[in-house]
Design a protein around this ligand. Sequence first.
Ligand code: GMT
Length: 383
Amino acid sequence: MKIGIVCYPTFGGSGVLATELGMALSDKGYEVHFITYEQPVRLSQSFHPNIYFHEVKVPTYPLFAFPPYETALASAMVNVIMNNKLDLLHLHYAIPHASAAFFARQILKKSGLDIPFITTLHGTDITLVGKDPTYAPVVTFSINESDAITAVSDSLKEETLRSFKIEKEIHVIPNFVDVKRFHQTDKDHFKQMLAPDGERILVHVSNFRAVKRVADVIHIFNNVRKEIPSKLLMIGDGPDRQMSEDLARELGIYNDIRFLGKQEQISEILSISDLFLLPSETESFGLSALEAMACSVPVISSNAGGLPEINIQGKTGYLSDVGDINDMSANALLILRDDAQLKHFKKEAIAQARKFERQHIIPMYEQLYHDVVQNCKQMPIEE
Ligand code: GMT
């Protein structure tokens, strides 16, 4: 089967998940065509003979205050589908991918070609951006026009049904992790460099958007650091990075924090970490937390969205109300104070991550692909 994957090519969770999915499918013999404005970051790490990358070019023109990406994307979809005879489009993040796919499909129908599309809802396409009245009518329409809809957690499915008038079933297919790449490896020399006196290492990975509450990360670390020797690794970049660096300086703890920026070898960093912090305002699943758990790192998180579906209270970590920095700090100390306790949480974290191993989850997508392609073949083409 030939599948077109449309996603944001960035370090964000939806793009990472889409890329991991494409790589897993290509390993299973599918031909995968990424259609996006840049090469997806995780794709650049290795060569896959079954994977093609089609760059969406958006020409500028003095008249365009906002170059029409959606139009360029729909045109790219039409060309890639015609040239490569794709069987299916899989869109990650509804905006604007689902409406562009709907448009491309209408164009192709004029040539007697029908191509089904699946929309995977990832998070803020529903919880923040999608609900905005500016986008809501198009988002609702294009989700409903999808041949199948998936959401990455039960929580996101419920929120979608609460916020939009959805006329179709939403299949929950959770995020997954490739434990062959994400597992704890021996990086003691690296740990020695970052924590020379055996300090505990806390870590946060995100795109530093407001929804991630990175200031809470700094405050939690400040509280932990007062009690036990520790270091914090801040991985990623985004709008709130400067603010969090300023806060660290104001609190006088900058020297115990490393702002490492965007990193590709996340599993190596997670391998030396003792605790992952994810105090998000909302989080439909929390792929970064799952990748941390796969590397045996327990998680302190908020209890927002889908996080309770992966982080198990008192087992793989702890969950607190959004913004409850004191509770999160106390929970972090509970895990970090005692070696035996930390070891126990690490064991539970990896056991939980294994439930989301990629070989358990990929077949769910495969089944859906086959059902959707089959249904589409049986339907007459209506313009
Ligand atoms: O919704 C977003 O913020 C976009 C997306 C991204 O590209 O960063 O992240 C979401 O998708 C991930 C993969 O499905 C989930 O694991 C993240 O929890 C989710 N982010 C949020 O809900 C904030």
